[in-house]
Design a binder for this molecule. Sequence first.
Ligand code: HEC
Length: 132
Amino acid sequence: MRFSFILLVCVSVALSAYQPEPLALSKQRGKKVYELNCQTCHGEDGKGEPSIFPPLAQADYLMQNRTRAIRQVLYGARGTMIVNGHTYTGEMPAQGGLSDTEVADVLNYVRNAWGNQDNSPISPQDVRAQRR
Ligand code: HEC
């Protein structure tokens, strides 16, 4: 009885001391930002829409260059873009209404979802540095 009480106290202390890493939290918040701002075009599974919306899931374009990825969200893009060997000629509206933290969070989410893996998380300061 006494032992199980001590065990309970230890478990509660351990649980309350547990803090998920900052990247884990950023990804959690980023999923929400994605659902609200990106999912209609890029899809719940990040696979986009053939010849209209490029994929984010295992997308070479997204993963090749983190600065370009930040600028893609802030300023959108129009014109020709080649993603995983397919050409896209659509237009993505700028998402400049998102805060620095929201842009960082959504990129940390998409760059670590659907098989993507990014070993250098993006910070709100990285986003700020790309604002005009
Ligand atoms: C209205 C539709 C639409 C929305 C909303 C949208 N995108 Fe896009 N996105 C596009 C299109 C279209 C392109 C390709 C643009 C081109 O051809 O120049 C693109 C390209 C991209 C690319 C570069 C190509 C790739 O697949 O790697 C990234 C990264 C990206 N979008 C991320 C996002 C993120 C993150 C959000 C939400 C914050 C978002 N997009 C919201 C339509 C959209």
